[in-house]
Each structure stands twice: as structure tokens, then as C-alpha cells.
Design a protein around this ligand. Structure first.
Ligand code: MTE
Ligand code: MOS
Length: 787
């Protein structure tokens, strides 16, 4: 294989800024989402009857009115399930239909199949369920106090944090609340189940993990995995929310389809989707840190309380990842991290872009900012002094040696191009003259570990066919959710076979083509599926080379693939001609490919090893302005420098960096989830839950990919994963807002600010900060009098 990077090759496909393969379909409305699939005759529509209590014993369920409602064909409860009443992805604690006890407001209790979706939804509201209320636990701190956990408490330690903190010259303690976040994919959850002959079932599911949906549906139906096929051509966004959650909807659709013998579509509306499905875990993080006069952290301890909701779902790995990312870019010599996996009577929280990493990083970034304000230093200076080194101070708290650390480089470059120091001084000057509006600035870095921390998930398969006309059909275990995985993998295959991208037809994920695939998650979609597809393409290419060499009597080194052509010794054939000859000679033109990420290993018991193949890095500088009378705020300018290694597709990667950043900003500013005292989610629609929109993009938005970057590890064309890491660049906006609040008191005290920093919170933080500043000033004055 050519060692040169493909972007150095003339007309290379890998590395080209090609548009998303479905862009023309997205913008014209021609892309087929599951709800667009032509419905089979007699298709029924499903609705879910949900719990109206956070925690209660079910005394009785009367569904007679539901059954009698117009258009209703079938009503189903747990007892009607032929297989297992469970869709838990890791632990069997997620019933499809609650039986004796309901554990959150919105939990599925029964389902209805009717002729129209309106009929099904109307009927589902007619149930009479009698409850006996049980005391609910709603928040993480309540769960910690009650000892209510979905999984055992975990601890990661290095050195001796307690004694390092005790002897440190300075010490700060505090608590930070970090809000959750709804994935708010534009396409809500949906499944369309089609019963087929001889007890088999086809399910179209909007899922990041078709293989898991296949297994869940098989369990629920009481059949084997060979009897269920799950397909997903694309999702209208997943963001982690379709990693484990689609199982419920797919199981219900399939169960109703099996029971009625009709195709059944299960599509939830937005309100139900938000109420029923899991979100990002909100955290309450307690910290205790000891540091020296330069802001160097000598010892730090974190207690992370993550609200998991009523079941385990993916909470084990998510909270592990929070612990793994509690260092972000900083060397923590003495560190102690305790992680509580809180069981609450709320929706079971699940994956969301970053998968716990963002919550972990928020803790250490908050600590760094607090240290800087305490010592009256530039937070960036404190960040830098704590950075991991490249040859020393480069081992993480889980004993992984960082071999690709480029954060100091990235930050130095960004600091210069964004004019950080100058602007920080100018902002301070501007704030002196502006009594009401205050500006703030912050530069924060990101280091994100790439690989599933559950090692066995780091595997992928692909299937490549070449047809007689020289065109290619590509399939792999990954799923497309808008992130551009399919085009990137197609570019890899086109590059490998030296074909134009148009010669490659991308096909949807399908459990009958590639089995047992991992979820498309942990940002590793391209890394693992790209390598698997490359391997498949290479297998066929090698067959073609051997065939051509023999057929034309040349050495195999004289068979060279060039764009759409193959040179064989002195002559040149079109790719199509060669393929045709190979077909006549009965050479197989189809191959599978397989890949497993090398080098990774780790011991879950001691939390040591190498959970990550490599790290992705980036940094952002954000400048904001706030109105101290209302808390209203906006971004003025954002500069980002992000490392994607050798980009496979800079257009797609830029989209991921920009989109990820904005989604991170939404998490930390406007997206606020509220539950009432009864445990009911009150922010369950766009009217009450505010995601960023196009007009929230900063007016000056300078995003760049780190040039001349190369992955030190042998990833596909030396690229780096890009899906999740940029979300955490949004942390810079949170700290810029904090900086602006501090400006209102002349930077004399540090604001206490929880996330999300909504306008309301900014306003209140401003008031509280001014009160503390006034008290501090009085104390100083009083001390002055005494002296
Ligand atoms: N980008 C878009 N447009 N839509 C999505 O749903 N999901 C994110 C990220 N980028 C998402 C996205 C999440 S949570 C992950 S893990 C990765 O994409 C998954 O895809 P990848 O592994 O191919 O990057
Ligand atoms: Mo992404 S949270 O790993 O689906």
C-alpha cells in the first residue's frame, strides 16, 4: 500500500471535501426516513399507554375503554408477550411493559394497535389505571442520601489525594450541578415491523444499533436471532439517543405485528418521545482541590453523582467515561474519583454525544477556573501549567501513557490566531466602561479518548460486492445519522479500488448483511467500519491483481490500479474490463472485511490499562456578552482549532466540529430539563425546551482543522474520530459567561454558576455574586478600620 497520504495523490477520493452522499436527498425531501417508506396494505399504527406516576404500585388496569375505542384492533400488556418482557441493553431491568410497579412518569404500561395513528393515540389515553403511590426519589443527591443505585459505586485513584490536599498551600471545595440534555434528533423514535413468512420478522428501526434491536426483538418474540432482520438506511439524528432506546419501540411494533399478523408502525410524537426516552445524565459534582500559588493542582478529589434514572441502561459505561475524563488535558498526580450511579424514579438516562465525558470534563474545568479566580490568575495560565506533558507527566490516572499529546501546540496556535491575550485585556477595558453589559472570554481545551471502553465492542464488519459493470455496492455495520459515516467509508473503498466515488453505491445498515455489529457510537464509526470496508475492498483487489498477473503473464507488482483503470504490464484496461474478465474466469467479486482495534486492553476491576486507542484534541476561545439586568446573553466570537488527524473528508469534519460545538453550547446554556415535584418532565416539547437554532451561531465563527496533523496510530488513512469531541468545546462558552458575570464585580469574587447557564441562572448568579462581593468588601473595610 502506498505510504503517502492520499490527499497527496492526484485526484484522491479519500481526503476530498465531498458533500454528504445524501445531501441532495436531504434538501429536496427525497431521502427516505422510516416514516417515508411506502406502507404495506393493512398497516396498523401503534401508541403506548404510559404511567402517570413516578413511582407506584399498579393496583388495577382497566383497558376496556381502550379496546372499545374506534379503530382499535389490539391492546397488549406484559402478559401477552410471547418472549421476554425486557429490552435492557446490558442488564435485564427495562421492561417493555411495566407490570406490578411503575418506576417513572411516562413508563410504558401497554400498547394499542389501531387503523390510524390518531385512533391509536386517542385510545391509549382511555386507560383507567389505579395506583398506590410509593415515595419517589427524583434527584441524584436524594438517591445518594438514600443509597439508591442502579450499579455499584466505583472509585478511581492515583497517589493520595486527601493528604496532598491537606498539605497544599491553597484549598477550595465546592459543588457544581450539571444539567442533562435531550438528544432532540429531528426524526423522533420510530419502528416499522413487517411480519414475514414462517414466523420471521423484518423491522425498520431508527437505530444506531440494528444488531441490538434484532436481539431485543427476537427475545421479545421468543424467536431466535436468525428469524429477525433489522434495517436502517438512515436516522434523522441519533446523538446517542438511539443507541439503546430504539429497542422499546421496535419490540412494541414487532409484538403487535406478530399478534395481529399485520405490519405495524410505531411512531411516537415529540412530547412522548421526550417523556419516554432517556437523556444525558445530569450530574452533581463535589470537588475538593489543593493547589500551589501558581495554580498547579497538587491533589484533587471528585464525587460524581450521575442521575441514571430507574434502570441501568448504558449508565455503567457512561459513568466510567465521566471518571476517565475527569482529567481532561491535565496531569493529576494525586486524584480520587468516586462515582455514584444514582437510581431515581425518572426516565432511564442514556448515551448522549460524549457519553459522560462532557460531565467529567466540566468538573475539572470548573475547578481550574475556580483556582484561577481564587489566585487572580488568567484561567488559561492555570490550564497550561496543569497540562499533561509529552515525555513526563504523561500518564493518566488510569495508567494509560499518552503518546499523542498535542494540546499545548493546539492551544498555543489558537491563542495566537484568536488574539486571546490582547482581547482579554481589551474586554477588561471595555467592561470598565460598560456598567450594564459585560463581556467575558475563555479558552478551554479538549482531550477525548477514542474507543469503546468495553473492549469487545471495538470490532466491525463490512461487505463489498463488485458487479459485472465495474460498480460497487458497499455495506458495513455502521449506521448513518447525518454524521457522514457512509460517505467517508465509501471514500475509503473508492480510494482502495481507485474508483470515482460515483462508482460506489452505499446501502443501509442491515443485520442480514453484516451480523453482530456494535452500535455506531463512541465516535468510532469511521475508524472501525472504514478499516473493515478497506479490508473487504483489499481482498477483492488482491484477487483481481492475482488474476490479472496470471492472465497477462506479468508480475503482480506490474498490476497497478489507477483512477477507474488498471495498468497490467504494458497495457491498460478499464476497471470494468478487468472485472468482466475476472467474472468470466470465475473469480469471486464479493468479500467481507473485519477489523478489531489493536492495542487496547483494560481491567475494569482496577480501572487500569489502555482503554483508548488514541486521543482526539481541540480547543476553543469564546467571547460572550451578558446583560446583567436580565441575564440575556449571546456569543460574539468563537475560534476553534480541532484535530481530526488526516481528514478523510474536511467538509464533513468541519460540519461535525461546528455542529458538535453548537450542541455543546446548547447543553450548557439554553437546554434546561425540568421535572415537577411529581416527577413529571415539564419540558417535553420545543415550546419549553430550547435547543440552539441557526440564529444562535456566533456572528464570528472561525473554525479550523489542525493542519499537517496525522494520527500517530494506524487508523484509516491516519484520520481521527470527530463525532463527539467537539461537543466539549462548548465548555468555553460556559466559562466565558462565568467570566462576564465576574466582570460585574471587578473580578473580585468568583461567581457560582451551575449548568445550564440559562439567562435566569446568569441573572441570579450575578445577584449572588454582587452580594458576596459586597460582603467581602465590607469585611476588608472593617479589617482596615481595625488595623
Ligand atoms: N452528527 C449528526 N449529524 N447526527 C448525529 O446523530 N451523533 C453523534 C456524532 N455526530 C450525530 C452526529 C454521536 S453521539 C456519535 S457517537 C457519532 O456522531 C457517531 O458517528 P461516528 O462514529 O460515525 O462519528
Ligand atoms: Mo454517541 S453518545 O457514542 O452515540
Amino acid at each position: 500500500m502506498n505510504a503517502m497520504h492520499p490527499s497527496a495523490l492526484h485526484g484522491a477520493v479519500a481526503g476530498a471535501a465531498l458533500p454528504h452522499d445524501s445531501a441532495h436527498l436531504h434538501v429536496s425531501g427525497a431521502a427516505t426516513y422510516i416514516d417515508d417508506i411506502a406502507e404495506l396494505r393493512g398497516t396498523l399504527h401503534a401508541a403506548i399507554g404510559t404511567s402517570e406516576r413516578a413511582h407506584a404500585r399498579i393496583v388495577s388496569i382497566d383497558l376496556s375503554a381502550v379496546r372499545a375505542a374506534p379503530g382499535v384492533v389490539l391492546v397488549m400488556v406484559a402478559a401477552d408477550i410471547p418472549g421476554k418482557n425486557d429490552y435492557g441493553p446490558v442488564i435485564a431491568d427495562d421492561p417493555i411493559f411495566a407490570t406490578d410497579v411503575v418506576q417513572y412518569y411516562g413508563q410504558s404500561v401497554f400498547a394499542v394497535a389501531a387503523h390510524t395513528v390518531e385512533q391509536a393515540r386517542r385510545a391509549a389515553k382511555l386507560a383507567r389505571i389505579e395506583y398506590e403511590d410509593l415515595p419517589p426519589i427524583l434527584t441524584a443527591p436524594e438517591a445518594v442520601a438514600a443509597g439508591s443505585f442502579v450499579l455499584p459505586t466505583e472509585r478511581m485513584q492515583r497517589g493520595n489525594a486527601a493528604s496532598a490536599i491537606a498539605v497544599a498551600p491553597h484549598r477550595l471545595r465546592g459543588r457544581l450541578a450539571i444539567g442533562g440534555q435531550d438528544q432532540f434528533y429531528l426524526e423522533g423514535h420510530i419502528a416499522y415491523a413487517i411480519p414475514r413468512e414462517d414466523n420471521t420478522m423484518l423491522v425498520h428501526s431508527s437505530t444506531q444499533h440494528p444488531g441490538e434491536v434484532q436481539h431485543q426483538v427476537a427475545h421479545a418474540l421468543g424467536v431466535t436471532q436468525k428469524d429477525v432482520v433489522v434495517e436502517c438506511r438512515r436516522m434523522g439524528g441519533g446523538f446517542g439517543g438511539k443507541e439503546s432506546q430504539p429497542g422499546l419501540f421496535a419490540c412494541i411494533a414487532a409484538l403487535l405485528a406478530r399478534a395481529t399478523g399485520k405490519a405495524v408502525k410505531m411512531r411516537v410524537d415529540r412530547d412522548d418521545d421526550m417523556t419516554i426516552t432517556g437523556k444525558r445524565h445530569d450530574f452533581v459534582t463535589d470537588y475538593d482541590v489543593g493547589f500551589d500559588a501558581q495554580g498547579r493542582i497538587l491533589g484533587v478529589s471528585f464525587v460524581l453523582a450521575g442521575r441514571c434514572g430507574y434502570s441501568a441502561d448504558l449508565s455503567g459505561s457512561i459513568n466510567d467515561r465521566a471518571m476517565f475524563h475527569s482529567d481532561n488535558c491535565y496531569y493529576l498526580e494525586n486524584v480520587d474519583i468516586v462515582s455514584y450511579r444514582c437510581k431515581t424514579n425518572t426516565v432511564s438516562n442514556t448515551a448522549f454525544r460524549g457519553f459522560g465525558g462532557p460531565q467529567g470534563m466540566m468538573g475539572i474545568e470548573y475547578v481550574i477556573d475556580e483556582i484561577a479566580r481564587h489566585l487572580d490568575l488568567d484561567p488559561l495560565a492555570v490550564r497550561k501549567i496543569n497540562f499533561y506533558g509529552t515525555t513526563e507527566r504523561n500518564v493518566t490516572h488510569y495508567q494509560q501513557t499518552i503518546e499523542d499529546n498535542c494540546i499545548a501546540e493546539i492551544v498555543a496556535e489558537l491563542e495566537a490566531t484568536a488574539g486571546y491575550a490582547k482581547r482579554r485585556a481589551a474586554i477588561r477595558e471595555w467592561n470598565r466602561k460598560s456598567p450594564i453589559l459585560k463581556r467575558g472570554i475563555a479558552l478551554t481545551p479538549v482531550k477525548f479518548g477514542i474507543s469503546f471502553t468495553a473492549t469487545h465492542l471495538n470490532q466491525a464488519g463490512a461487505l463489498v460486492h463488485i458487479y459485472k459493470d465495474g460498480t460497487v455496492q458497499l455495506n458495513h455495520g455502521g449506521t448513518e445519522m447525518g454524521q457522514g459515516l457512509f460517505i467517508k467509508v465509501a471514500q475509503v473503498v473508492a480510494e482502495e479500488l481507485q474508483l470515482d466515488i460515483d462508482a460506489v453505491r452505499i446501502t443501509g445498515s442491515d443485520t442480514s448483511k453484516v451480523p453482530n455489529a456494535s452500535a455506531t457510537a463512541a465516535s468510532s464509526g469511521t475508524d472501525i467500519n472504514g478499516k473493515a470496508a478497506q479490508a473487504a475492498a483489499r481482498t477483492i483487489k488482491e484477487r483481481l491483481i492475482a488474476f490479472a498477473a496470471e492472465r497477462f503473464g506479468v508480475d503482480s507488482t506490474q498490476v497497478v490500479f489507477q483512477r477507474n483503470q488498471v495498468r497490467v504490464g504494458e497495457q491498460t484496461l478499464s476497471f470494468k474490463e478487468l472485472v468482466n474478465l475476472a467474472f468470466i474466469a470465475r473469480i469471486s467479486l464479493s468479500a467481507t472485511g473485519f477489523y478489531k482495534t489493536p492495542k487496547i486492553h483494560y481491567d475494569r476491576k482496577t480501572f487500569t490499562g489502555r482503554p483508548f486507542f488514541y486521543f482526539a484534541y481541540g480547543a476553543a476561545v469564546s467571547e460572550v456578552v451578558i446583560d446583567t439586568l436580565t441575564g440575556e446573553n449571546r456569543m460574539l466570537r468563537v475560534d476553534i482549532l480541532h484535530d481530526v488527524g488526516k481528514s478523510l473528508n474536511p467538509a464533513i469534519d468541519m460540519g461535525q466540529v461546528e455542529g458538535g460545538f453548537i450542541q455543546g453550547v446548547g447543553w450548557l446554556t439554553t437546554e434546561e430539563l425540568c421535572w415537577n415535584a411529581k416527577g413529571r418532565l415539564t419540558t417535553h416539547a420545543p415550546s419549553t425546551y430550547k435547543i440552539p437554532v441557526a440564529s444562535d451561531v456566533p456572528p464570528e465563527f472561525n473554525v479550523r482543522l489542525l493542519e499537517r496533523s496525522i494520527n500517530v496510530e494506524d487508523t484509516v488513512y491516519r484520520s481521527k474520530a470527530v463525532g463527539e469531541p467537539p461537543l466539549m468545546l462548548g465548555i468555553s462558552v460556559f466559562h466565558a459567561l462565568k467570566d462576564a458575570i465576574a466582570a460585574a464585580v471587578g473580578y473580585t469574587v468568583s461567581p457560582r454558576l451551575d449548568a445550564p447557564a440559562t439567562a435566569e441562572r446568569i441573572l441570579h448568579a450575578g445577584v449572588e455574586t454582587r452580594e458576596r462581593a459586597a460582603t467581602a468588601a465590607q469585611t476588608t473595610a472593617a479589617a482596615g478600620v481595625v488595623a
